[in-house]
Design a binder for this molecule. Structure first.
Ligand code: PHE
Ligand code: FE
Length: 290
């Protein structure tokens, strides 16, 4: 999956507003497109109990996402707004960083307004409505995570004057997209890139291959990641409160400067101070690289 932070266009395409939004035009989705959503939904929801974070499963319920078909944002937003004040807005695809941050800071989550084809069932370059809505929106119904995403958007806008996009993108990647959380029953997934992926939902929790490391803000902001295959590292938070508190209560300006003076941490390396939860074999990544 592509990173949010790799957009290619600088001006909105024809038909999009200045803030890149378009109408969801829900009535235009075809029966085949709704059926694709249902197929993906059935496949994911079957495996998520016992794997997805409590907050994610609660979000699916609160938002009534089990209703068949691509969700109509008029209905979805009424529920989401009531829960946390967030809403989903339709965009053609990836949007520029500043536009993205501004939407988040104002409790608007931009979702790609297309759905993958059967040939793209397991891999696509740009996030589609299934990734964006099924993957991201349930967590936005959780009040603590909802506040984290707002703070992230505000922090993103602030970061533009620090040349810190890469560090901030890593934080997004290892939390919002590929985060794990420790719960009473064991590790659970909450990252949208995992919960919306059939294979990675299993790999992230069950495989001996990847490293699983306790979340450390500065460490995460220095850690490289891969966008072309399963992650080699997952970072584990103890609670959503921990994630919100550590990020909101840290002034990133000095941290950006400190991190910029240090080398990035190669994907699968450990640091002596890491809280190692799983020392991965990296068997999967090694086999792939031949
Ligand atoms: N506290 C961060 C700053 O000083 C903002 C931020 C909050 C960034 C939460 C990401 C997540 O810029
Ligand atoms: Fe995403």
């Amino acid at each position: 999956m592509e990173s949010q932070f790799t957009h290619v266009h600088d001006t909105p395409p024809p038909g999009a507003a200045a803030d890149w939004t378009i109408s969801q035009n829900w009535d235009a989705f075809t029966a085949d497109e709704h059926a694709m959503w249902d197929r993906l939904f059935a496949r994911q929801s079957e495996m998520l109990p016992g794997r997805a974070a409590d907050a994610f499963l609660r979000g699916i319920d609160v938002l009534r996402l089990e209703k068949p078909g691509i969700p109509d944002y008029r209905e979805l937003n009424a529920r989401l707004m009531a829960a946390t004040g967030w809403q989903v807005i339709a965009v053609p695809g990836l949007v520029p960083d500043e536009v993205f941050f501004d939407h988040l800071a104002n409790r608007r989550f931009p979702a790609g307004n297309f759905i993958r084809t059967p040939q793209q069932l397991d891999y696509l370059q740009e996030p589609d409505v299934f990734h964006d809505v099924f993957g991201h929106v349930p967590m936005l119904a959780d009040p603590v995570f909802a506040d984290y995403m707002v703070a992230y958007g505000e922090g993103g806008l602030r970061s533009l004057k620090f040349d810190a996009l890469k560090q901030l993108a890593r934080l997004y990647w290892y939390t919002v997209e590929f985060g794990l959380i420790r719960e009473a029953g064991g590790l659970r997934i909450y990252g949208a890139g995992i919960v919306s992926s059939f294979a990675e939902s299993v790999f992230a929790l069950d495989s001996d291959s990847p490293n699983r490391i306790g979340f450390d803000l500065a460490r995460v902001m220095r850690t490289d990641y891969r966008i072309d295959d399963f992650q080699q590292n997952y970072f584990v938070i103890n609670s959503l409160d921990q994630l919100l508190d550590t990020t909101v209560n840290t002034d990133f300006a000095p941290l950006y400067a400190k991190n910029a003076a240090l080398p990035p941490i190669p994907i699968a390396d450990f640091l002596p101070e890491d809280e190692v939860i799983t020392r991965g074999t990296q068997e999967y990544a090694l086999a792939k690289s031949g």
